[in-house]
Design a protein around this ligand. Structure first.
Ligand SMILES: Cc1cc2nc3c(=O)[nH]c(=O)nc-3n(C[C@H](O)[C@H](O)[C@H](O)COP(=O)(O)OP(=O)(O)OC[C@H]3O[C@@H](n4cnc5c(N)ncnc54)[C@H](O)[C@@H]3O)c2cc1C
Length: 510
């Protein structure tokens, strides 16, 4: 392992010696921020409410199976490697990333399969199977995706949008890329096959966005995957979190797990102390919240004018949908079922409208099927397989059902559909199963309305219009994670940590 200190790092550390920071929440964003602060010499404490770190990347072990609760697709591994490289370490000594190929298999009810990867020759063959004329159109779409990736991710992905001026600076680039159009509309201008339009636009769902309304800028995800690949962490995404925690503690950081923060105390416009459920209370020079944005302002800053004002404004915003996830362990192995599959339903636009607009629980669904044991058999006992099947559902502000009652019914319908499409005797093979509904997101993660991805990523809630990395009023209170720029997804929240760390380190050096 390399222990070389990067140039300038020592000076950075001296400038921050004696300064302290608290990060509330240990999601990917919280851990990435904590590592950045600790790497720069700020004595950092992470406080996590749950019994394990990771946030959406929580995990369960049941009957010998390992079930990751959230993220399964790791993209842009370089944004993670950077967190180790900051202090001259190598991520590979803590975490093993394995390539996943194909990236995804997309499947439609008529039996059509589309294997999507960054192998251009293979991809062209797959596209030609759907519509030969779209091979050239796809190339033009890829050029567009590369251009928005450069503007939206490389140049602006880690920039804190604190004032409207910064938004105006970005506006010309956004205008030339027709950011007001939706991803689906932009994709449709390049390719004719409806199936290919779905294949090239569904990615926004991975960060909580409706492909029909999310800005075309999000087409950058396509380029991000193409260049950086799709990866799996051996042992599950939970191992990536464990590696981040190990690295943070090695740098001298402190984890306080299983003790929810109940209040961020303020004096004038400064955050002064953090108090937890157990009664523990400590002073910090700076406080950053990785917890849900509404919870941070409404509950943790309760009693302050700023908390009341901003939570009122947040209540008017659009939050992304919820997710319903069925975790199941099966007897047997399925080498023919790839690691990531999307089982599209009979409707695309209509289904999205049910989830994002009308808020009904549809009779049909599109399923994301996760099958880690095909890449990594260590996720299940020998001869057995781990799966999760995920469907987006409207959040609890739109869909007011009793999840205790509906959950088992929906779970059965989803398993029936996976059985019909892929595993006919699925019910006979189940060793263990359970589900996770929007209500669980709300109860376990303090997620507003049980939303899985925080604020919906629409143009009017992006960049300057999203949660600011540094609060406008409380000068030493910061945000990191899905509710801030650039938004949800591992690369998004790790990018937000870079933006927030930049501000905090500058402020703490004063
Ligand atoms: C099922 C699912 C699948 C996904 N799949 C992918 C994928 O494949 N690839 C991808 O890139 N992204 C994926 N995402 C999105 C990605 O997981 C999230 O956007 C990202 O992990 C959110 O990170 P975060 O930093 O915002 O923190 P979160 O994960 O939201 O963590 C916030 C933390 O704050 C803690 N907290 C809350 N309140 C308090 C309090 N009062 N005191 C102390 N702690 C508190 C919570 O317990 C939690 O640990 C998926 C999300 C879900 C839900």
């Amino acid at each position: 392992m390399s222990r070389a200190t990067p140039p300038g790092a020592a000076l950075e550390q001296v400038r921050h010696e004696g300064r302290s920071a608290c990060v509330i929440g240990s999601g990917f964003g919280g851990m990435a921020l904590a590592i950045r602060l600790q790497s720069a010499g700020v004595q950092t404490t992470v406080i996590e409410a749950r019994d394990k770190p990771g946030g959406r990347a929580y995990f369960w072990e049941r009957d010998g199976f390992t079930f990751d609760g959230g993220p399964t697709v790791v993209t842009d591994p370089d944004c993670l490697r950077e967190l180790w490289a900051l202090s001259g370490h190598d991520m590979a000594s803590d975490v093993e990333l394995m390539p996943v190929m194909p990236f995804y298999r997309l499947n439609w009810p008529d039996g059509t399969n589309f294997d999507y990867s960054n192998d251009q020759g293979q991809l062209d063959t797959e596209i030609a199977k759907l519509n030969p004329a779209d091979v050239a159109g796809y190339q033009r779409f890829l050029d567009y995706s590369a251009a928005v990736y450069e503007e939206g991710y490389v140049k602006l992905g880690t920039v804190p949008f604190l004032d409207f001026k910064s938004m105006l600076k970005a506006a010309p680039a956004l205008a030339t890329k027709q950011a007001w159009r939706s991803v689906y509309s932009m994709v449709s201008s390049y390719v004719q096959s409806e199936k290919l339009r779905e294949a090239l636009s569904f990615h926004t769902l991975l960060v909580g966005g409706n492909p029909m309304t999310t800005s075309a800028i999000y087409a950058l995800i396509h380029k991000l995957e193409k260049d950086g690949g799709v990866w799996w962490t051996r042992g599950g995404t939970n191992r990536l979190i464990a590696g981040m925690v190990r690295h943070f503690e090695r740098l001298g950081g402190t984890m306080r797990v299983g003790d929810a923060v109940t209040r961020v105390h303020t004096l004038g416009n400064r955050a002064t102390e953090v108090e937890t459920q157990s009664g523990w209370r400590e002073k910090f020079d700076a406080v950053a919240s990785n917890a849900d944005i509404m919870h941070s302002y409404r509950d943790l800053l309760a009693g302050t004018k700023r908390g009341a004002d901003y939570s009122r404004s947040l209540a008017k915003k659009r939050f992304s949908p919820g997710l319903f996830v069925v975790h199941f362990g099966l007897e047997g192995t399925w080498p023919g079922i790839p690691h990531h599959m999307i089982l599209f339903g009979p409707r695309y636009k209509g289904l999205l409208s049910d989830i994002y607009d009308t808020g009904v629980l549809p009779a049909d669904f599109s399923i994301y099927l996760h099958h880690p044991t095909v890449t990594d058999p260590s996720m299940a006992p020998p001869g057995k397989s781990t799966f999760y099947a995920l469907v987006p559902v409207a959040h609890m502000g739109k869909l007011t059902v009793d999840w205790e009652q509906i959950g088992p019914m929906l779970e059965k319908r989803i398993l029936d559909e996976v059985g019909r499409r892929l595993i006919p005797d699925i019910h006979d093979r189940i060793v263990t199963k359970f589900h996770y509904a929007p209500r669980d997101f709300a109860m376990d993660l303090n997620a507003h309305l049980g939303s899985a991805f925080s604020l919906e990523p629409i143009l009017t809630q992006s960049a300057f219009f999203r949660g600011h990395n540094r609060d406008d009023v409380i000068g030493n209170f910061y945000l990191v994670g899905a509710g801030t720029h650039p938004g949800a997804g591992i690369p998004g929240v790790v990018g937000s940590a870079k933006a927030t760390a930049g501000l905090m380190l500058e402020d703490l050096a004063r």
